[in-house]
Design a protein around this ligand. Structure first.
Ligand code: GRF
Length: 192
């Protein structure tokens, strides 16, 4: 059976992209990753995609007159490839109305906190500084706000005495890497 097509949007290290690709290579992903979209030429995730021989659209927003202009180009690439789902994995830009409208309820993000707690940048640092005992990971639909869309699934991560931001980050990443491919599969299967 032909698999539904999806794109991953990422800006940086790409460890979540790697987890998704690992599931894909092991034939444990319900969709095919047809494109990586990256707004940071030179990001590690671009090299990863090349290693996996995944097509990449890398763009520098500075070369476009507006968000509308680059989002229109992204949409054109996605539609050419018949992409049905967009999974954000460390994509450090707000999604604009153009993309939100073209992919209604089809754009998903992963965030390293139990939303609505600690939205935005450095969620792990925010949780650590707040001295809470539990934080976690959220997978949610993307809307026009910053990490405000409907929550799909969450997983808790305890913060232990003696944790540093780094040790906490590592445990959160492990949870992210297991949770995101699983939620992707649930979404794709349930939308058939
Ligand atoms: C992850 O913590 C994800 O939850 C957040 O950005 C980070 C991306 O990390 N949205 P990586 O690039 O996948 O390693």
């Amino acid at each position: 059976m032909r698999k539904v097509k999806a794109a991953v949007f990422a800006s940086g290290t790409g460890s979540n992209f790697q987890a998704i690709m690992k599931a894909s290579v092991e034939n444990k992903l319900a969709c095919e990753i047809s494109l990586l979209v990256c707004d940071k030429p030179g990001a590690r995730v671009v090299r990863l995609a090349t290693n996996y021989t995944i097509p990449v659209f890398v763009f520098d927003p500075k070369n476009y007159s507006s968000k509308l202009a680059y989002e229109q180009e992204i949409i054109h690439k996605l539609q050419t490839l018949n992409v049905e789902w967009i999974f954000l994995a460390g994509y450090m830009r707000m999604i604009g109305p153009t993309l939100l409208e073209a992919y209604q309820n089809r754009i998903v993000n992963i965030h390293p906190s139990l939303l609505p707690a600690f939205p935005g940048k450095d969620a792990i640092g925010q949780a650590f500084a707040a001295k809470v005992m539990t934080t976690g990971v959220t997978v949610h639909f993307v809307d026009a706000g910053m990490d405000t869309g409907p929550i799909i699934e969450q997983a808790s991560v305890a913060i232990y005495k003696g944790d540093t931001k780094e040790t906490l980050h590592k445990r959160i990443q492990q949870v992210e890497h297991a949770l995101y491919p699983k939620v992707i599969n649930d979404l794709v299967y349930n939308s058939r």
